[in-house]
Design a binder for this molecule. Structure first.
Ligand code: ATP
Ligand code: MG
Length: 433
């Protein structure tokens, strides 16, 4: 009968008796009579003990086993408080699946070397913990939107009209045509679909030629976006808040062990689930920055990272800043009916100085006004004909937002850099491996 392998976690849950496990050698040490192997699989670590008298014929190979070798074994599991994870297996049978070469990553490997060996670093305990949380976050975003009656919808990655300012576009050679670039956002291709589906969302890659080397910009990132017909500005903010609460709640339910491994104080995330977010206008944000942080931002200037950081450190929940000056925001945002100098756009700023995580707005649905805003921005409305049709045939008030998935992973996991929030980070300097 074929051996039934179980995970290390399942073995530890069982606690006693015979188990068959398989995985990789995480650590090893030995003497002439004994070999200790810490075995790793996707679920856990466990100490395994091999006695020479049981493995005489195999001893030479066992003695030479290096870290990251892949093995399968059968033995008796029992609780042992001296073992690193509280359990130990006395091994009766061992099969070496692949004896690893000398592993190029050691304890004191530099950050650059780890980046060059990203494909190997992915199997580290730290990256595995982050990637588990990442998987839960993607699932939770889906679950939230499906639960709220949104349809999943897909927009093209090759695009020919831009939406967020032309400076950070990635142009591609499209059969010799040069006016094609990679999507910065789905928005212009999402708005046409709300006339059929009304409420839609996606999670898809976005591309931005970010020349800045910050800890929160990637050139390729995963963008969760929603668009909703009939929405007013408050609906957009409410969905953003409810989505973040839902995602953080799901992660907290499932990932205490990963937080422990990452040394992330998960209690700092609880207010996000339990308390209402702080909402303030841009103008109020300037007042607070002046009064509480002694920072003087002239009205009309966009908030810089340092100002966002100071502002969010005053609160333990995300801050939603609304009603920015028209000049600092995109052409498609509606003017505030009470004050046309500002627009109905919002940025969600994460606590602990992690910066912007969501950008959203109510969209201008009047054809003439949106054409004027395009001209004011130096764009040619003629090039937006397909998009302007959304304002010609049954235009409706609507809105949406975009959330940077790696931005919330960085915040939730408490990471220093966004690069650790994605398996193979792409930045200005790095596109390999
Ligand atoms: P920032 O000011 O931080 O560059 P932005 O205003 O350019 O952000 P939006 O155009 O509103 O961002 O994009 C929506 C969301 O996408 C942002 O709130 C952020 O979470 C995420 N995002 C934007 N640019 C990047 C990037 N280069 N890397 C990772 N996430 C990003
Ligand atoms: Mg940007």
């Amino acid at each position: 009968m074929a051996t039934k392998y179980i995970s290390i976690q399942e073995g530890m849950d069982k606690g006693t008796g015979k188990v068959s496990l398989r995985g990789w050698v995480h650590r090893e040490r030995g003497s002439s009579k004994l070999k200790f192997i810490v075995l790793r699989d996707s679920t856990q670590l466990i100490q395994c003990v091999l006695k020479r008298d049981k493995f005489d014929a195999q001893w030479d190979a066992i003695d030479k086993l290096q870290v990251e070798s892949s093995i399968m074994l059968t033995g008796e599991i029992k609780a042992d408080e001296r073992a690193p994870t509280g359990f130990e297996v006395q091994v009766d049978k061992l099969e070496i699946v692949h004896a690893s070469d000398k592993y190029p990553i050691t304890k004191d490997t530099s950050i650059e070397h780890l980046a060059d060996h990203r494909h190997l670093w992915l199997r580290s305990r730290k990256m595995t913990a982050i990637l588990k949380i990442r998987s839960t976050i993607f699932g939770a975003i889906d679950e939230y939107f499906k639960g709220e009656g949104f349809y999943e919808y897909h927009s093209p990655i090759f695009q020919a009209v831009q939406c967020e300012g032309g400076s950070d576009l990635f142009h591609v050679d499209y059969f010799g045509k040069k006016d094609v670039f990679l999507a910065q956002t789905w928005q212009l291709y999402a708005e046409p679909a709300i006339f059929g589906l009304e409420k839609i969302y996606t999670i898809s890659p976005s591309f931005r030629a970010e020349k800045s080397k910050t800890s929160r910009h990637l050139t390729e990132y995963w963008h969760a976006e929603m668009e909703m017909a009939w929405a007013d500005f408050k609906d957009i903010q409410d969905h953003g808040e409810a989505l973040l609460k839902f995602v953080v709640k799901r992660v907290l339910e499932k990932h205490k062990p990963e937080f422990e491994l990452l040394e992330r104080d998960w209690k700092l995330l609880e207010p996000t689930v339990k308390k209402p977010f702080v909402r303030m206008t841009y103008t109020d944000a300037l007042k607070i920055l002046k009064d509480k942080c002694k920072m003087d931002v002239p009205w009309g200037k966009d908030l810089r990272t340092i100002e966002e950081e100071k502002l969010t450190k005053l609160y333990d929940v995300p801050v939603i800043v609304t009603h920015y000056p028209k000049e600092v925001k995109a052409f498609y945002m509606t003017e505030d009916p009470k004050d046309p100098k500002v627009v109905q756009g919002c940025d969600f700023l994460a606590p602990e100085g992690h910066g912007e995580i969501i950008g959203g707005s109510h969209r201008e649905h009047d054809l003439e006004k949106i054409k004027q805003r395009l001209r004011d921005d130096g764009e040619k409305p003629e090039e937006y004909e397909f998009y302007l049709d959304t304002r010609r045939y049954g235009s409706v008030p609507h809105g949406g937002f975009g959330l940077g998935v790696e931005r919330i992973i960085k915040w939730i996991c408490g990471l220093d850099t966004i690069k650790d929030a994605i398996p193979f980070p792409r930045t200005m300097e790095r596109y390999k491996p």
